[in-house]
Design a protein around this ligand. Structure first.
Ligand SMILES: [Mg+2]
Length: 115
């Protein structure tokens, strides 16, 4: 069992122990994922680069909490939609590699449609 599968089993056990699956559907899990991503964004809102660096030094755990909340929701959605995370992540990375070939993308921040 991969580390990702272990994490996924952990979040599914957490949910099942609380009988929360009845409240979860793809739409609401996507809303929850976005809400947690917004909480992550809020950690950095209105801060310049220097303030962000300081915030990260002083609040690493709260930032980490939001990243983990995003992962938690991602793992739940993937499980409910029967998405094989390891397989689909590799497929998506291969797609990204095709969109962003190293020779055109190295050191270049343009979107793949513009390179
Ligand atoms: Mg959160």
């Amino acid at each position: 069992m991969s580390d990702l599968q272990k994490l996924q089993e952990r979040v599914l056990r957490f949910r099942d122990e609380r009988d929360w699956k009845q409240f979860h559907n793809p739409k609401d899990l996507a809303i929850s994922l976005l809400a947690e991503a917004a909480e992550l964004l809020d950690e950095f809102k209105w801060k310049d680069e220097k303030q962000i660096a300081q915030h990260l030094r002083e609040n690493k755990e709260s930032v980490s909490d939001e990243v983990m909340d995003v992962l938690y929701n991602t793992l739940l959605i993937a499980a409910d939609l029967d998405i094989d995370i390891s397989k689909e992540f590799e497929r998506k990375m291969q797609s990204n590699e095709a969109k962003y070939p190293i020779e055109k993308s190295s050191g270049n921040n343009k979107k793949y449609t513009e390179i």
